[in-house]
Write a protein of this length. Structure first.
Length: 451
């Protein structure tokens, strides 16, 4: 027995009332059987799109993909996608079917779907239709292709990443034949658009099974981000590390909170290491400058993946700063917040905690205390009067103009000097003393810089 929400039940009943067959199908059946709340409810039916339109002519209907047999019916302000049973024609581009053909049996429709756990349909009067062993694979926690894996990945290369995403989201395994086929066919990802790859990648990273995916399918990740290839197996011979760069990366990703953009940052944070490797006189590996190179690489990668700007900017800053030596004074902490922003500093703590979790015990003991102390300092500084950027000063450009200055580099230098002294707490954060101090500073400026 599966509980359908009212809007989905209404769609099924209405189609049956008109003499058609209809089932909820795909993700909602899978999630219900797992005891999870489905995101949305999809319906499949033997009614043709025109017939669906007619059956729901009194409802608000959106012609989402009429060619492919899909219309969206709004019931109680909830969308239900209704798709006619179909099989896909040939796939000449490894991504999109050249045509679709409507068919009459639900089993034929289920056969075109990607994985067995996604290929089940349910109707309260007919029960579960599970032609490919989806329920068994759910119980075994396995992602398995419907049919011949090689064929299915050739039809649509995106399914390679979908397999990893579902396995990661539910912490499932990828069944052996499907896993071999994924590795063999990873080149098919070349036919998938950057936007789709990035969306799937973020989905994989956000899942609780991400560690097994990163460790089990490194070559797939190196196919979508070639910069990953040199990190795989790259040794780090020093007391701080117990893993090669990729293995360390995988553990660091898994140790980070699942929210964006942290896991993405952890995926990228050490990619500059292989190119910045050197060996010291003591025989230890060093990676001088890898955060800066990594930041440049992160930018290139995220531009290629067509990332939104906010995600890109944040990732570049956090990769660049990931190895930061934390300030130990309030003034230093204020300057750091001024330089990268409060939110990025907050995220940087998560980045460092995740990074550290994937280091050797030696490094963990050495650095954990430093992070704790820095976090206390960060909170103290946030509780005190803000002094992070010139905007926090109790005086502004207009005040300095009243003292005879013009806007320009000299004015900026005066404001920055005042900020520095306020951060150092050598100057009280009050208008009068601040203006008096501004007069002093202006008096020291060479006469030709400004009036
Ligand atoms: P999610 O919770 O991520 O939405 P979902 O299973 O609903 O999971 P969708 O991408 O919404 O996934 O697709 C709905 C259904 O359509 C899937 O369950 C699957 O049966 C089928 N499907 C989607 N994409 C593909 C594909 N690329 N190849 C084959 N079948 C697919
Ligand atoms: Mg869905």
């Amino acid at each position: 027995m599966m509980r359908l929400p009212q809007h989905a039940a209404t769609v099924l009943e209405r189609l049956e009332h008109f003499g058609f067959e209809a089932y909820v199908v795909g993700g909602c059946v899978r999630d219900s059987l797992m005891g999870r709340t489905p995101k949305d409810w999809d319906v499949c039916t033997n009614a043709l799109p025109e017939e669906v339109l007619r059956a729901f002519r009194k409802f608000h209907v959106i012609k989402t993909g009429l060619k492919h047999g899909t219309v969206t019916v709004m019931v109680d302000h909830q969308p239900v996608e209704v798709t006619t049973f179909r099989i896909d024609g040939a796939y000449t581009d490894n991504r999109h079917p050249d045509s679709v053909n409507f068919v009459s049996r639900v089993e034929e429709d289920l056969a075109r779907r990607d994985f067995t756990i996604n290929a089940m349909a349910y109707n309260p009067r007919r029960g579960l239709v599970d032609a490919f062993g989806g329920r068994e694979d759910l119980a075994a926690r396995a992602i398995r292709c419907v049919g011949e894996p090689d064929e299915r990945f050739h039809e649509d290369g995106l399914r390679i990443l979908r397999a990893l995403r579902f396995a990661s989201r539910y912490d499932f395994n990828i069944e052996t034949e499907t896993a071999h086929s994924i590795r063999r066919n990873r080149h098919l990802l070349a036919n998938v658009s950057a936007e789709r790859i990035f969306t799937e990648l973020k989905g994989i990273l956000a899942g609780e099974g991400v560690l097994s995916m990163l460790l089990g399918f490194p070559e797939v990740f190196a196919t979508i981000i070639p910069e990953i290839q040199p990190a795989i197996g790259f040794p780090q011979k020093n007391p701080y590390h117990c893993f090669d760069v990729w293995t360390h990366t995988a553990y660091a990703v898994a140790a980070a909170p699942a929210d964006e953009p942290l896991r993405l940052v952890m995926l990228l944070h050490d990619l500059g290491k292989p190119a910045r490797h050197s060996v010291g006189d003591d025989g230890r590996a060093h990676f001088y400058g890898h955060p800066e190179l990594g930041a440049q690489m992160a930018k290139d990668i995220l531009l290629r993946l067509k990332s939104d700007n906010a995600t890109l900017d944040r990732a570049v800053v956090l990769v660049r700063e990931h190895d930061i030596v934390w300030p130990t004074t309030p003034a230093g902490m204020r300057r750091l917040i001024g330089r990268i922003g409060e939110e990025n500093v907050r995220l940087l703590f998560d980045v460092q905690r995740a990074d550290l979790a994937a280091h050797s015990d030696f490094a963990r003991e050495k650095n954990a205390e430093g992070i704790r102390a820095a976090f206390l300092l960060f909170e103290d500084v946030l509780d005190s009067i803000p002094a992070f950027t010139v905007k926090d000063l109790p005086v502004n450009g207009a005040d300095l103009m009243a003292l005879g200055m013009q806007p320009g580099p000299a004015m900026r230098r005066v404001l920055e000097q005042l900020l520095q002294e306020m951060q150092d707490e050598t100057l009280p954060a009050q208008g009068e003393p601040m203006l008096a101090r501004a007069r002093e500073i202006i008096a020291t400026l060479p006469p030709n810089t400004n009036p």
